[in-house]
Design a protein around this ligand. Sequence first.
Ligand code: TTP
Length: 193
Amino acid sequence: MSTPRTLILASASPRRKQLLAQLGATFLIEVARVTEHEDPATDPREMVAHNAALKADWVAAVHPEAVVLGADTTVFIDGTVLNKPMDIGDARKMLQRLSGKTHTVFTGLAVRCAATGLRLDEGVATEVTFRPLDEAAIDAYLGKVDPRDKAGGYAIQEHGEMIVAGYTGSYTNIVGLPVEATKQILTKLGLLG
Ligand SMILES: Cc1cn([C@H]2C[C@H](O)[C@@H](COP(=O)(O)OP(=O)(O)OP(=O)(O)O)O2)c(=O)[nH]c1=O
């Protein structure tokens, strides 16, 4: 049984775990068994909000007394959503597409508590500009970073300087959990010391 003030992170992402821990939160982890919506032609804000809520709702149903945090991150460029690449070839195509351009990283946050009916939703966007990347630069990056579990086929936190020229907004939003918005929500709920 969960105690009333238990916080649960509904995520398998090691980055989200690390970022939430950095905020000083005490929490458990339970991974939601859901199928995420991943239509490349969808509205990215709606998609991340939908997927974050799916994850939080699933875990909240299992732990009705807990406060559950779900998140979802995607990359949006030229009207298309880039989710996690299927394989290295797919990641290469994504990096070619992102090369020399500015894209937006969207993260949706959903906080739920089934017992109290708590429902909070938040969305954060960060603009990221890529360096122009030729084939050698893409090869060099993919030689160092495993892109397969990262939206858009890259990780700014792993050798980001090889591919990213700059960004505007929250850095941790790109990594998967915007700590500024998360801190505000958890503080309001009395879940941060
Ligand atoms: C753009 C970018 C994404 N990412 C990651 C953040 C997310 O973990 C991942 C996008 O996939 P998500 O589906 O948002 O999350 P996940 O499957 O890793 O974890 P869970 O659904 O269990 O919460 O891409 C980086 O780590 N660095 C980056 O620079």
